[in-house]
Design a protein around this ligand. Structure first.
Ligand code: CDP
Ligand code: MG
Length: 848
C-alpha cells in the first residue's frame, strides 16, 4: 500500500477490510444503533428540519443491505505530495502504524472513538488519512477544537505537511478565518460548528466531523456530541452518510461510549499507544503560595545543574506567562552568551523560509507577547525574587498561551538556537492541545484557572485553583516523549492527595442552567430535558429554568422568542441578560452593566468604620451616613433602591480614582476598596464581551459614570423589574399576622411572591425609611432572619407592563370602552390584573 502511495499515478484501490466477518458484525450493531432520537428539533431556520426529526421519530429499522451499500463504496486514494522531511517526521508518529485499522473502522462505522495519548498524531494525521481516502473529494472534512489557538495552529501545520495552501486547509474561529470555496479540511472552534448547525442542521457540506479534544469537556463539544449522535443517522437515512469521529486523550471514555442515551451500542474505540518513557515525579516537601516564585527558582536550578533537555512550565494565564518569561530572560540574557547572535541570524533565515512562523529578533525577544490585555487575567503581584544563577549557558525562553499571535505560537515548534536550552512557559494549552517537541523536564505549578459563574448574576470571573489529578498526569507525561524525564510538582503529595479532584468537572455541570437552557433553545433544540448530554446537568434545575424563562418572556409555548434571542446575546444569567437587552434599547447599557457588576460583588458598602479612636469612628460614620443619603437621592430625585445607591457609589468612586484619590475616597465614604476595583474589572470584562456579542451596542469602556437623571433612574428601576419579575415582594399587612404576634417585630416585613415565610428589609437598605408598598429584590439570604438583598422600589402599575408573564389578566372589561389608536393601528382595552402565585390584585391595566 505504501508503494502505491508513493506513486502519484495511483488514484484508487479497493479497501481490503470491508469484507471481513467481524466488520459485518459491527455493521449490524451500527444499524440497531440508529435509534430514534428523543431530541426534537424545532423548525427554526430550515423548514425541512422538523420533517426529518419527525421521520426519525418514526423509528423503523433500517435494512442491513442499505447501510452496507452506502458504506461499501470502494476506498479512493487521493495522492498528497509531502516533502521528504515531513514524511520522515510523520513515520515516527505512532498513529501512522494504525492508519489501516483507523480507516477501516471509520469506513465501516458511523461513530468512532479515537483515543490516544497527546502527541501520538491524532489531530495532525487523521484529517490527512481521511483526505487521502477521498473524504474531501465532494464535501469537507471538519475538525472542531475547543481552543482557538489549536484551530489556527493545527490548520497551518496540516497545510504545511500536505503541501497545500491555507485556501485548502483552513480555519474558522469566531470573527477570523481563511476558509474559501476550495477548502477541503476545515479546522474550527466547537462554537463555530454549533452556529453552523443552526443554519444547516444536516451539515450538508461535510462528509465527516471530527470532534477533537473531547476529553476537555467544553460545553460546546458536549452539545455537539449529543446533536451529532442524531444528525449522523439522519444523514445515513438520506443515503448521504456523515461520519463522526470523537478524538480524545485516554480519559474517562465511558462518558461517551457507555452512555446509552447517546449511542445504543458503544461505538468502536481505537486506542493509539504512544511510546512513553518513564517520568520521575518529584513532589515538593512543602507547598508555597507564591507558585510563580517557586517555578522560577526551580527552572533556575534545573538550568544550573541538570543535563541538557527542554523545560516546559505550566502556569495559569497569559499574565503569569509573560511575567515569568520576562524574569527568566533577564536572568539568562542571551546577548552575554557567545555566538548567540550568529545563531539567531541563522534561525531568522530559516524561519523566514517557513510560512507561518514569525522570525525572532533580539529586541522582540526581551518583551514577550504583545500588549493585548484580556479581561480574564488574575492580578498577580510579580514578586518572584531572584534565584542564584550559576551558569552562563543560554536559556531560550518562549511564551505560549491562547491569545499569542499564531506566528509567535509557531516558534515553540522550532528547534532552539544551538547550545541553548529550550524553556517554554505555557498555560494549559500545552497540556493536551499542543505537543512541544524535546521536553525532558516539566515544572508543574499544579494550578489552573477556572471560569467561575456568579451564582446570582451569572457574571463570569476567573479563579486560580488546583488542577485535577488527571491533568497533573497529562502535564507530567509531556516529559517522557523523547526519553526518560522528570516532572517537578511544586506542591506536596499531601496536597495532591487531599485537594486534587480525580477529573475536572465537565463545564456543562458548572454553567448556570438558565443560561444553558436558553442557549440550547436558541440552537433550536426543543426538549432540553431529553437532550442526550454526555453528562447531564441537573434535570430538576432545567425544569425550573424553563419556567423562569417563560416568566421572563424569553420562551413562549416552549419556543424561544425574539426577546429570548436578544437576551441570549448577553453573557450573564438570562434575567440580567434581559435587563441588558432592554437597556440597550434605551441607551442605558453602561448603567445596567455597572449595576450587574456591582450586584455580583459582595460587601461593596461597609457597615462599620475601622478607626483609631471611638471619636474618629463616630465622625466617619456620620460622614458615611450623609454620603449615602446623598447617593439615595433627595426629594423628587429619590433613586429608590439599593442597586441605585451602588450605581452612584461606584460612579463617584471612579471619578475619585481618575483624580488618583480612590483609596481615601473609599475610607471616607465607607466603600470597600477591593470591591470597587473588582467591580471595575467586571464592568470592563462585561463591556468587552458585550461588544463582541452585540456588535450594534456602541459602548465605550470608561469607568467614570455620571449619576443617572431622574428619568433614567426610573427607567432603570423598570428595567430591573422586567428582569426580576419572579422576585417581587409586597409590604406585609399587619392584619395578616396570627393572633398574639408582636406587630412591632414585623415593621420591616414583606411577603415575597415566591416564599411562604415573611422576608425582611435589612437595616442597611436605603429603603428602610420609605418602606415602599412593592419592591423587587436581587436575592434572599438568611442570617437570624430571611433578608432581602439589593432591594428596589417599584410601582404596582408597572407589574402589568413589565412583568406580564407573571400576571393574570381578566377578560377585557366593558368599562371604559376599548380605545383604538389609529396611528399605531392598535386596540387597547382595560383589564383587571392579579400578580403572581398569590394573586395580588393590581389596579386595572390597559393592555394592547
Ligand atoms: O493530536 P495529538 O496530540 O495526538 O498529536 P498532534 O497534535 O497531531 O501532534 C503530532 C506531532 O506533530 C507532535 O509530535 C507535535 O510536536 C508535532 N507538531 C509540530 O511539530 N508542529 C506543529 N505545528 C504541530 C504539531
Ligand atoms: Mg491533538
Amino acid at each position: 500500500r505504501e508503494a502505491q502511495r508513493d506513486d502519484p499515478n495511483v488514484i484508487g484501490f479497493e479497501s481490503s477490510g470491508s469484507d471481513s466477518e467481524s466488520s459485518d458484525e459491527s455493521l449490524k450493531k451500527v444499524k440497531v444503533d440508529e435509534e430514534p432520537p428523543e431530541v426534537e428539533v424545532v423548525n427554526g431556520t430550515n423548514a425541512q428540519i422538523e420533517d426529518q426529526a419527525g421521520t426519525v421519530n418514526g423509528s423503523e429499522e433500517m435494512p442491513v443491505e442499505e447501510v452496507k451499500a452506502v458504506d461499501r463504496k470502494p476506498a479512493i486514494f487521493v495522492p498528497v505530495n509531502r516533502s521528504a522531511v515531513v514524511q520522515k517526521a510523520r513515520l515516527k508518529l505512532p498513529i501512522l502504524a494504525e492508519e489501516q485499522e483507523i480507516m477501516e473502522q471509520i469506513n465501516q462505522n458511523s461513530f468512532v472513538v479515537l483515543a490516544g495519548e497527546t502527541g501520538s498524531g491524532k489531530t495532525t494525521q487523521v484529517p490527512q488519512f481521511l483526505y487521502e481516502a477521498g473524504y474531501a473529494l465532494k464535501k469537507m472534512i471538519g475538525i472542531t477544537e475547543p481552543r482557538r489557538v489549536a484551530a489556527i495552529s493545527m490548520s497551518q501545520r496540516v497545510a504545511h505537511e500536505m503541501n497545500l495552501t491555507t485556501d485548502e486547509v483552513s480555519y474558522l474561529i469566531r470573527f477570523e478565518g481563511n476558509v474559501t470555496d476550495r477548502t477541503k479540511i476545515k479546522f474550527m472552534t466547537d462554537g463555530v460548528l454549533l452556529k453552523e448547525i443552526q443554519g444547516d442542521f444536516l451539515l450538508a457540506k461535510y462528509s465527516v466531523i471530527i470532534l477533537d479534544e473531547a476529553h476537555e469537556r467544553s460545553v460546546y463539544t458536549d452539545i455537539l456530541i449529543g446533536l451529532l449522535s442524531r444528525i449522523v443517522p439522519l444523514r445515513q437515512k438520506r443515503g448521504d452518510p456523515l461520519k463522526l469521529i470523537i478524538m480524545s486523550a485516554t480519559l474517562r471514555l465511558e462518558d461517551f461510549t457507555q452512555n446509552l442515551r447517546l449511542f445504543k451500542v458503544p461505538p468502536p474505540v481505537i486506542k493509539v499507544e504512544t511510546r512513553q518513557f518513564p517520568v520521575t515525579i518529584h513532589f515538593n516537601k512543602r507547598t508555597f503560595d507564591n507558585y510563580l516564585k517557586e517555578a522560577y527558582t526551580k527552572i533556575v536550578k534545573i538550568h544550573n545543574k541538570l543535563p541538557d533537555g527542554g523545560v516546559l512550565v505550566f502556569v495559569t494565564g497569559q499574565r503569569e506567562v509573560k511575567t515569568l518569561v520576562r524574569k527568566l530572560r533577564k536572568a539568562f540574557p542571551l546577548k552575554q552568551s557567545t555566538g548567540i547572535e550568529d545563531h539567531l541570524k541563522k534561525t531568522l533565515r530559516q524561519a523566514k523560509k517557513k510560512k507561518g512562523v514569525t522570525p525572532i529578533d533580539l529586541d522582540d525577544y526581551s518583551v514577550p507577547g504583545d500588549n493585548e490585555e484580556s479581561g480574564d487575567e488574575s492580578d498577580y503581584d510579580s514578586d518572584i525574587g531572584d534565584g542564584v544563577v550559576h551558569t552562563n549557558k543560554p536559556l531560550w525562553v518562549l511564551p505560549l498561551f491562547s491569545q499569542l499571535p499564531s506566528g509567535k505560537q509557531a516558534q515553540v515548534f522550532q528547534p532552539p538556537p544551538e547550545g541553548c536550552r529550550l524553556c517554554i512557559v505555557s498555560t494549559n494549552v500545552a497540556e493536551t492541545s499542543l505537543t512541544i517537541p524535546n521536553i525532558k523536564y516539566v515544572v508543574d505549578t499544579g494550578k489552573t484557572k477556572v471560569k467561575l459563574y456568579d451564582k446570582v448574576t451569572g457574571v463570569t470571573s476567573y479563579m486560580v485553583t488546583w488542577t485535577s489529578k488527571a491533568s497533573a498526569s497529562q502535564r507530567s507525561g509531556r516529559a517522557g516523549r523523547i526519553g526518560p524525564g522528570h516532572c517537578y510538582r511544586l506542591y506536596s503529595s499531601a496536597v495532591y492527595n487531599d485537594a486534587f479532584q480525580e477529573f475536572a468537572v465537565p463545564e456543562i455541570q458548572q454553567k448556570p442552567v438558565d443560561d444553558l437552557y436558553l442557549q440550547m433553545k436558541c440552537m433550536n433544540i426543543d426538549k432540553v430535558q431529553n437532550f442526550p448530554f454526555p453528562t447531564a446537568p441537573d434535570l430538576m434545575q432545567l425544569k425550573t429554568a424553563q419556567s423562569r424563562l417563560e416568566i421572563l418572556g424569553a420562551l413562549k409555548e416552549s419556543r424561544v422568542t425574539q426577546l429570548g434571542r436578544a437576551i441570549a446575546r448577553f453573557p450573564v444569567l438570562p434575567r440580567y441578560g434581559k435587563m441588558l437587552a432592554l437597556s440597550h434599547q434605551q441607551n442605558l447599557l453602561p448603567y445596567t452593566i455597572c449595576i450587574v457588576a456591582a450586584l455580583s460583588v459582595q460587601e461593596v458598602l461597609l457597615e462599620t468604620p475601622i478607626a483609631q479612636s471611638p471619636m474618629e469612628a463616630k465622625t466617619l460614620r456620620q460622614k458615611w451616613v450623609a454620603t449615602r443619603k446623598q447617593w439615595a437621592g433627595v426629594g423628587n430625585s429619590l433613586l429608590l433602591g439599593d442597586p441605585m445607591v451602588l450605581l452612584r457609589a461606584v460612579g463617584a468612586a471612579e471619578y475619585a480614582n481618575a483624580d488618583g484619590k480612590l483609596e481615601s475616597f473609599c475610607t471616607e465614604n465607607g466603600l470597600r476598596h477591593k470591591a470597587v476595583i473588582e467591580i471595575r474589572k467586571l464592568r470592563i470584562q462585561l463591556t468587552n464581551e458585550i461588544k463582541l456579542n452585540v456588535p450594534d451596542a456602541d459602548i465605550i469602556v470608561d469607568p467614570k459614570l455620571p449619576p443617572p437623571t431622574d428619568l433614567q433612574a426610573k427607567l432603570l428601576r423598570q428595567i430591573m423589574l422586567a428582569g426580576m419579575a419572579d422576585q417581587v415582594a409586597r409590604k406585609l399587612d399587619p392584619d395578616e399576622l396570627a393572633e398574639g404576634e408582636d406587630k412591632a417585630k414585623f415593621k420591616y416585613a414583606y411577603r415575597a411572591n415566591n416564599m411562604e415565610d415573611p422576608v425582611f428589609l435589612h437595616q442597611g437598605s436605603v429603603l428602610k425609611k420609605t418602606l415602599p408598598e412593592f419592591c423587587i429584590f436581587q436575592e434572599i439570604y438568611e442570617t437570624n432572619k430571611m433578608y432581602m438583598r439589593g432591594v428596589t422600589a417599584i410601582e404596582p402599575e408597572w407589574l402589568a407592563i413589565y412583568a406580564p408573564g407573571a400576571c393574570h389578566f381578566s377578560e377585557p372589561l366593558l368599562e371604559p370602552e376599548p380605545r383604538y389608536d389609529p396611528s399605531a393601528g392598535k386596540l387597547y382595552c382595560t383589564v383587571s390584573a392579579t400578580f403572581g402565585p398569590q394573586a395580588w390584585s393590581l389596579s386595572n391595566a390597559e393592555i394592547e
